[in-house]
Design a protein around this ligand. Structure first.
Ligand SMILES: Nc1nc2c(c(=O)[nH]1)N[C@H]1C(S)=C(S)[C@@H](COP(=O)(O)OP(=O)(O)OC[C@H]3O[C@@H](n4cnc5c(=O)[nH]c(N)nc54)[C@H](O)[C@@H]3O)O[C@H]1N2
Ligand SMILES: Nc1nc2c(c(=O)[nH]1)N[C@H]1C(S)=C(S)[C@@H](COP(=O)(O)OP(=O)(O)OC[C@H]3O[C@@H](n4cnc5c(=O)[nH]c(N)nc54)[C@H](O)[C@@H]3O)O[C@H]1N2
Ligand code: SF4
Ligand SMILES: [Mo]
Length: 732
């Protein structure tokens, strides 16, 4: 690296992982190179293409760098540049007008996942007069993994949550690691260490319908039909109980409902689970016995339970399996974070998470239909929000502000979203993004955004309890502002007492004080290096239930109704679920809807992650797009052959909801009978490569996904298990 380059040490906020970054820039405000930071304690030098793409976004001529206002019809694509003052005046005036006329619930703030604003999003909602998250993809993202653990053992975290994301927990301590519907992108900082553990003898099981990149190196790869994971988990428990592969002392002393569980799993013999899931009986036995060789860490991610109509009960089955493989929180097993972390400190969010979100006066859309989501997920059921624009029921929704969110690319049934965004009922839509996204096309105002390399904010995301300083490596182009400063100027105008700060630096220091009790000056923050706090996930104490570290009253045990790890969980019944784990067939499959399957015989499973894109973003960046130039679908050679499709053909994928196009990737990567479409949707064109964009409705998988039927009380939509048909483009 030449002498005159400036190196800035900061943190990438391109996704949840928050990898340490070294950004090299020159004196013309250009980013010349980005690499991972080898001294960062969690990422330890790991870095991905999506993070590196900031270099190109920084200088991209197509980026929105000034506030824009729509001229002409909504969606006509004509914009004029306005000042930030004008944009904010419009937003503030409309907020006040709607608060008065229709009530604060007519204003919905939306965010996508990860990125920048979790806490402040809840705070601005409170300032406006609403509660919780507003609109976010929490019904399908991670929360359906967290909720079963919260109910079963009083721990609101993913299985091995901090293990996956950031900790020095050592995979070598596990005899067995079960990667249950996990892709490499979900555990990017950990892959190297899992492989090392495997070299030293740890066995890896992958439970994953696709032959994905992690399944390829697993010692055992099991391929269930999508959405049948609950049945498999119940069958594993059947074998573990029958063969007494569990720790009797742990079960007797620390768990509740073992006898009931034992009776329940009688329904799920390996033979029955094999019929349901398509997994050979012998593999079910082999896997259960490998898991019985504890300590075993079961790491489920989105695949098994987040995006199915049976999401929460599948998650419960997985949580109970982990209890059966207990003790929980032993080295190499299911690890509980030292504390869930300071994330979501009420003094920052202003949201009382214990409040009754189901009370009519809380005004949460979806509270009646999907109470578990409203109360425990803390958000509004997304489809209900868009429907409310059109029907004005349960009340009118008149204004949207989307920050780092592209609903047309993110949520199920985007046809309803498109209708809502074009509805005359809607009085103002604001989008804050880097580019004119499919949703932004229908906006009235677009606000420009700073990237992580251009700003100093730090969203703690998963709450690892380590303060990691961020720094501005280069100045942002035009009038780009970071997301916090936008919320600050909006919030200040509505309630200056709740938003007393001058800028995002002050917000950041104040938040550190609230969360960690540390009073830092900016210099101390920026130049102090990594600061370990009392929540540091590396300060690991094992078997916390024995030490009284999990319960609010300081007693040994778990923070559940019985104080024990609950196989039988009464709390589930409050939301209409069975107190015991159980399996129900996903709502649309060849078995549950044979009449639909006559015309749509293949399972449609959408959303697996790709290395170069974060969700629908970056298909316009040549360095990213060149890796995956076209929208594609992975289909099994026999399914392709039956339809006269060969590798590389353009195909149509059809469901009762609509049609999208893709290039056929005919490969044994797919399970027979299942069509896998990855997450991005290729919304943007890439001029440099001469490749087209497909907007929201050309290749976006959610076009095929219905909002209902979904999980009965949590509202998770079936993005990974509905039905479809494929045919060669143009064929009848
Ligand atoms: N079919 C199907 N649908 C899915 C999924 C699936 O697996 N299958 N996955 C679901 C899951 S788990 C999730 S989390 C959601 C995610 O969905 P979203 O988080 O809504 O992701 P995107 O659709 O990419 O929209 C995010 C937008 O934010 C912009 N952006 C990026 N960084 C910033 C920033 O710092 N500030 C601002 N203002 N804008 C920024 C990007 O350019 C992009 O246009 O998708 C869900 N949808
Ligand atoms: N590069 C990149 N990284 C990302 C993201 C991104 O968009 N791009 N998104 C981030 C976000 S918000 C999230 S939530 C995480 C998600 O992280 P992961 O859940 O690890 O990733 P996915 O690829 O969504 O899904 C995991 C695997 O589940 C499999 N699968 C599909 N259906 C089933 C099923 O029914 N059962 C089982 N057992 N497996 C199934 C898929 O084939 C896939 O390989 O990734 C994060 N990381
Ligand atoms: S986008 Fe890539 S580099 Fe950035 S935090 Fe995520 S995994 Fe790390
Ligand atoms: Mo997600």
């Amino acid at each position: 690296m030449s002498e005159d380059l400036k190196m800035t040490r900061t943190v990438c906020m391109g996704c949840h992982d928050r990898c340490g970054a070294l950004v090299y820039s020159n004196d013309e405000n250009k980013i010349v190179k980005i690499t991972g930071d080898p001294d960062h304690p969690f990422s330890r030098g790991a870095f991905c293409g999506s993070g590196m793409s900031q270099r190109f976004i920084h200088e991209d001529k197509d980026r929105v760098i000034y506030p824009l206002r729509r001229v002409g019809e909504r969606g006509s694509g004509k914009w004029e540049r306005i000042s930030w003052d004008e944009a904010m005046e419009t937003i503030i005036n409309k907020t006040k007008e709607l608060q008065e006329k229709y009530g604060p619930e007519s204003i919905v703030v939306g965010q996508g996942t990860s990125r920048t604003i979790n806490d402040w999003h809840c705070r601005i909602n409170h300032t406006i007069g609403t509660h919780g998250w507003g609109l976010a993809p929490l019904h399908v993202c991670l929360n359906p993994l967290i909720l079963p653990n919260a109910l079963t053992m009083g721990v609101p975290q993913m299985s091995g949550g901090d293990v996956l994301y950031r900790s020095d927990a050592n995979p070598e301590e596990s005899n067995t690691i079960v990667l249950w519907g996990v892709s490499a992108m979900g555990i990017i900082q950990q892959i190297k260490y899992i492989r090392k553990a495997q070299e030293k003898g740890t066995k890896i099981i992958s439970i994953e319908p696709r032959l994905n990149d992690l399944a390829m190196f697993a010692d055992l790869h099991i391929r269930p039909r999508p959405g049948t994971d609950g049945a498999l988990a119940l069958a594993f428990m059947y074998i573990i109980i029958k063969e007494e592969l569990y720790d009797k002392e742990w079960i007797e002393k620390w768990t509740y409902g073992f006898e009931e569980l034992k009776e329940r799993v009688e329904k799920y013999s390996p033979e029955r689970a094999s019929e349901i899931s398509g997994v050979p009986v012998e593999q079910i036995y082999t896997a259960a016995r490998m898991m019985g060789n504890t300590p075993t860490a079961v790491w489920p991610m989105l695949g098994p339970n987040c995006m199915h109509s049976n999401a929460i009960q599948n998650g419960r089955a997985l949580a109970c399996l982990q209890g059966l493989l207990g003790p929980i929180d032993q080295p190499g097993g299911f690890l509980i974070s030292p504390k869930t972390g300071p994330h979501f400190d009420q003094s920052v969010t202003l949201w009382d998470m214990g409040m009754d979100m189901l009370a009519p006066e809380s005004k949460v859309i979806g509270a009646d239909e999907y109470p578990a989501f409203a109360q425990l997920g803390g958000g509004q059921w997304p489809h209900g929000v868009f429907r409310a624009v059109l029907t004005e029921k349960p009340w009118p929704v008149k204004m949207f502000v989307f920050v780092a969110s592209d609903p047309l690319m993110c949520y199920e049934d985007p046809h309803t979203i498109a209708a809502a965004l074009q509805s005359p009922n809607l009085e103002l839509t604001v989008v804050k993004d880097f580019y004119i996204t499919p949703t932004a096309k229908y906006a009235d105002i677009i606000l420009p955004t700073e990237s992580w390399a251009e700003c100093e904010i730090m969203d703690e995301e998963m709450g690892c309890g380590v303060i990691m300083p961020t720094a501005r490596a280069v100045d942002p182009p035009g009038e780009c502002k970071n997301d916090w400063e936008f919320l600050l100027s909006w919030g200040k105008a509505l309630n200056p007492e709740q938003w007393p700060w001058e800028d995002s630096r002050e917000m950041l220091l104040w938040r550190i004080k609230q969360m960690h009790g540390l009073e830092l000056t900016w210099d101390e923050y920026a130049n102090g290096g990594l600061i370990s706090t009392e929540f540091d996930v590396r300060n690991r104490v094992y078997l916390k239930h024995e030490k009284g570290l999990l319960r609010a009253d300081g007693q040994p045990g778990f923070e559940t109704q019985t104080g024990l790890f609950e196989f039988y969980c009464q709390a589930m019944t409050a939301f209409g679920y069975d107190a015991l784990p159980d399996y129900t067939e996903p709502a649309e499959t060849p078995y549950s809807t044979p009449s639909v399957a006559k015309d749509y015989p293949l399972v449609f499973d959408s959303g697996h992650r790709l290395y170069s894109f974060f969700h629908s973003a970056w298909t316009n960046i040549p360095q990213q797009r060149s890796l995956y130039p076209n929208p594609f679908a992975v289909i099994h050679p026999e399914d392709a052959k039956e339809r006269g499709i060969v590798d590389g053909d353009w195909i149509e994928i059809i469901s009762p909801r609509g049609t999208i196009k893709a290039k056929a990737e005919v490969s044994l990567e797919a399970l027979k009978g299942v069509v896998f479409v990855p997450r991005p949707g290729w919304k943007h064109e890439c001029d440099e490569l001469g490749l087209p964009g497909y907007d929201w409705d050309g290749a976006g998988p959610n076009v095929l996904v219905p909002a209902e039927p979904c999980d009965p009380s949590y509202g998770s939509s079936p993005m990974r298990s509905t039905l479809c048909q494929v045919r060669k483009e143009g064929a009848k």
